[in-house]
Design a protein around this ligand. Structure first.
Ligand code: KIV
Length: 266
């Protein structure tokens, strides 16, 4: 199976075919996502919340992102792997941004990176793109801006903020971004943005008219229970399956039923 490329995603947008993405953070789950035929795996800094048990994504480090991206890249034979740049790995300066982005391709095996923000990080997007690092931008609800936004809130609800987001989309496209994530914005605005730019939009909580969709894997399979955003659809409950399996094991050990004869050596 051929590895997916940025060009495949551009072709899909033109052909009106949907692009599928999910997050993953380690080898076994990335293997499942890859085998299911998902087009791209984002190693999201959401791992801070769903894997590390943090309250938000801000403390996640570059070294942690590289560690997780390496595991995912080993598992992905078809899906394109995208490394998510953590808070303060690209905001403070262009050189640092390019060097950190480069680590995802050089050390971790990713084929693209993602950054949160619009006009304010256009110089970084331009510099990374010039260095042959494919960049995906992310606007709308940007979780690294939690303190400025005052929580995880839907963005672009007023006419002025919607206009601003359309402008930001055009700015990141002009800076060289090869795709745009749009998170938690009204569906009608996501449609307008999708029609306004020629790079694919990938929606999360942004309605059905984006060129592709992404969700956090742990939300989809019921492994993150602290809160479930309105836009999430849960397709399985792995937490309860795993809990039942572990309880059954404990019960059998307690009762002397495990290990049985077939689990031992002669
Ligand atoms: O970190 C992440 O998982 C993300 C997605 C939710 C888009 O940024």
């Amino acid at each position: 199976m051929a590895k997916q490329t940025i060009q495949d995603f551009l072709r899909k947008k033109t052909a009106g075919e949907k692009i599928t993405m999910l997050t993953a953070y380690d080898y076994p789950f990335a293997k499942i996502v890859d085998e299911a035929g998902i087009d791209a795996i984002l190693v999201g800094d959401s791992l801070g919340m769903v894997v590390q048990g943090l309250d938000n994504t801000l403390p996640v480090t570059m070294d942690e992102m590289i560690y997780h991206t390496k595991m995912v890249a080993r598992a992905a034979s078809r899906a394109l792997v995208i490394g998510d740049m953590p808070f303060m790995s690209y905001q403070a300066g262009i050189n640092e941004a390019v060097l950190n982005a480069g680590r995802f391709l050089k050390e971790a095996g990713a084929s693209a990176i993602k950054v949160e923000g619009g006009a304010e990080i256009a110089p970084q997007i331009k510099a990374m793109t010039k260095s042959d690092i494919p960049v995906m931008a992310h606007i709308g609800l940007t979780p690294q801006s939690i303190h400025r936004m005052g929580g995880y809130k839907v963005q672009g609800k007023t006419e002025e903020s919607a206009k601003r987001l359309i402008e930001e989309a055009r700015i990141v496209e002009d800076a060289g971004a090869c795709a745009l994530f749009v998170e938690a914005i009204p569906s009608s605005l996501a449609k307008q943005i999708t029609e306004a730019i020629s790079i694919p939009t990938i929606g999360i909580g942004a309605g059905p008219d984006c060129d592709g969709q992404i969700l956090v894997l742990h939300d989809v399979i019921g492994l993150f229970e602290r809160f479930v955003p309105k836009f999430v659809k849960q397709y399985a409950n792995i937490k309860s399956d795993a809990l039942n399996a572990v309880k059954a094991y404990k019960d059998e050990v307690d009762k002397g039923l495990f290990p049985g004869a077939s689990h031992g050596f002669k």
